[in-house]
Design a protein around this ligand. Structure first.
Ligand code: AGP
Length: 610
């Protein structure tokens, strides 16, 4: 997804700082990169399709030095990935240059107007170029004022960074529904779409809010609201370490993050548990009356986070006896859903910047719902716009394929469900305490599953050339099947499909033939016999079955080619363990197929466009 970095300082090191910042954002996925610097009263721009290393090759010249500049990594939305469409974009006489994340919804209209009334000739297919021309026509020596006038005409969700040839000692940035921060340096200042871009240089950050404009010089950062009033903002101190975002000895971030799950889960749990084992919701104001007043919970998210929501539904319905709907954010926002002031709306998002999830949240808020979010990135948009936030504490997740964010999201959902159930009096103290003990034991049990990595690698080696894989399960196992299937397809590009096992015989079983690979999740004791019957049905058609079951349920061996055993645990919490072999399997299949594991094609870590 697109990334913005901007720098204004005293030394001629803008190029180095911006390129370094852009590299820190590479993990988000991009198709081209570019940089623009103020040099001797002019703006020099270099941009190139492909990786940042391509850009570096073309800016190797020694004269590309400046104290002020902006850079960008682009993930195409308007116009194909190309040198011309890459950012930054400039106005006709190259005096105003812009980088931009997001979408300008009325860009066609603006483009026509600029063409007809000002004779503008466009060089790219992007909506961003419109912004540069728009600012250009309003510019009369005051970049801030020109940006304000342009913004009045722009509709959409965006963050922009702007420089002007005539004001090399100034940079202006605007945030509207797309992430933006300003970094506070000494004798230099920064802008970025994401904090990691700046961590090498600063830890003191201003989180920019919607409809705010930032004016930066090397010594000063001023934030203005939409009425051009100066805004006072507290400094946000980033405490997490940039090293946490490095690979730490693993070949890929994904494997590192898979192995970080015991720690992440322990962190998520212990931050919410008092010494006596009670769940504390510090910072979340949810009283008994509030909980008793909810007649429905709506969980909304995208991708992996949505799959976590499916497990959350099972937990809340079982433990708190409140009906739960789970919806995909891009569907929810256009459905006019039944949400009112008795609805608890739970948004789940690792990044906290997923545009569809954010839009769904706003929709629910408008309808009066109480908003609780489950988010990994502190200070992200979803977190800031929610009434309450339940952080996942997974640490930065860099690989596009989400792993530790998923399991920590599950942990949050269990804690929310337990808290609601206990507060409402639906579950008794004994069951509650047993559940908490079970959750406390999960990090060690997960480590036991991780210790089986070599066996899972062998299974992946054996089946890595299959072109089609199925995942089946019942109850929460079907929710985990969806996640296992998504993991495999997104990083190995194998066509995979997940289905509730009982649904197979209503159509999909037609695809099962000799040698079809099927992962059969049979972790639920009360559904085990039923699953065995489903497994027998597909085994009779010649499928290769990899079973996933608890250690005690050995009968599955007779029907499976391979079995991966999980430590004994309550049925309710098996998703925390069952997903792990599927993550490792997907990882090794992708590795054996020489895929780009951390940055799969066509995907981005943070999807900040619709
Ligand atoms: C997971 O592996 C994905 N790459 C993707 O489905 C992701 O979970 C989804 O885009 C939601 O992201 P979020 O959690 O940051 O909102």
């Amino acid at each position: 997804m697109c990334g913005i970095v901007g720098y204004i300082g005293t030394e001629n090191n803008a190029k180095e700082v911006i390129i370094e910042g852009l590299k820190r954002l590479e993990y988000r996925g991009y198709d081209s990169a570019g940089i623009a610097l103020c040099i001797n009263g002019k703006i020099e721009t270099r941009k190139h399709v492909g990786e940042i290393s391509n850009l570096e090759k073309i800016i190797g010249d020694v004269y590309f030095e400046s104290t002020t500049g902006i850079g960008h990594t682009r993930w195409a939305t308007h116009g194909a990935p190309s040198d011309l469409n890459a950012h930054p974009h400039s106005n006709s006489d190259n005096t105003i240059t812009v980088v931009h994340n997001g979408i300008i919804e009325n860009y066609v209209e603006l483009r026509e107007w600029l063409r007809e009334d000002y004779g503008v000739k466009f060089k790219s297919d992007t909506d961003t170029e419109v912004i540069a021309h728009l600012i250009g026509i309003y510019y009369d020596g005051d970049l801030y004022q020109a940006v304000c006038r342009a913004v009045e005409q722009m509709r959409g969700a965006y963050a922009i960074g702007v420089i002007a040839a005539a004001e090399p000692d100034k940079m202006v940035a605007v945030r509207k529904d797309a992430p933006l921060v300003a970094g506070i340096g000494e004798g230099c200042n920064f802008i970025a779409s994401d904090i990691p871009a700046l961590l090498k240089y600063v830890r003191r950050i201003f989180l920019i809010e919607n409809n705010e404009t930032v004016v930066l010089t090397k010594d000063d950062i001023k934030i203005y609201d939409e009425h051009q009033k100066l805004v006072r903002r507290d400094v946000f101190h980033v405490t997490w370490d940039a090293d946490a975002a490095e690979k730490g000895g693993y070949d890929h971030f994904m494997m590192k993050e898979i192995h970080e799950q015991p720690k992440g889960l322990d962190e998520t749990l212990t931050r919410r548990l008092d010494e006596d084992g009670d769940i504390n919701l510090d910072g979340i104001s949810m009283t008994k009356e509030d909980i008793e007043g909810f007649n429905k919970v709506y969980i909304v998210a995208c991708g992996t986070a949505y799959h976590a929501g499916l497990v959350g539904k099972a937990a809340i319905e079982k433990l708190a006896k409140i009906p739960v709907e789970v919806d995909i954010a891009s569907e929810f926002r256009y459905r006019d859903p039944f949400v009112d002031d008795k609805t608890l709306f739970i948004a789940i998002s690792q990044s906290g910047e997923t545009l569809d999830t954010l839009a769904a949240l706003r929709e629910a808020k408008k309808k009066g719902a109480r908003i609780l979010s489950v988010v990994n990135v502190v200070g992200s948009s979803v977190a800031r716009e929610s009434d309450d936030v339940f952080y996942t504490w997974a640490g930065p997740e860099i690989a596009v394929a989400s792993t530790k964010a998923y399991t920590t999201q599950l942990m949050c959902m269990y804690l929310i469900a337990l808290y609601m159930g206990r507060t409402k009096g639906v579950i008794d103290k004994e069951y509650y305490s047993r559940f908490i003990e079970e959750l406390r034991g999960i990090p060690d049990k997960l480590q036991t599953v991780l210790n089986r990595e070599a066996d899972i690698e062998q299974i992946a080696r054996k089946y890595c050339r299959k072109e089609q894989v199925f995942f089946i399960g019942r109850g929460v196992d079907s929710a985990v099947s969806y996640e296992g299937s998504l993991k495999l397809k997104e990083i190995s590009y194998i066509n995979s499909f997940a289905i509730a096992a009982g649904e197979l015989k209503h159509g999909t079983i037609a695809l099962i033939e000799e040698g079809t690979l099927v992962f059969a999740l049979a972790t639920q004791d009360f559904l085990f016999e039923k699953m065995l019957s489903n497994i027998k049905e597909i085994q009779a058609r010649g499928a290769n079955i990899v079973g996933i079951a608890k250690e005690g349920n050995r009968e599955i061996e007779q029907e499976s080619s391979e079995v991966i055993y999980l430590p004994e645990c309550m049925d309710e919490v098996t998703p925390l363990l069952a997903v792990v072999p599927l993550q490792i399997f997907a990882y090794y299949v992708a590795k054996f197929r020489a895929c780009n594991i951390d940055k799969p094609k066509n995907l981005a870590k943070s999807v900040t466009v619709e």
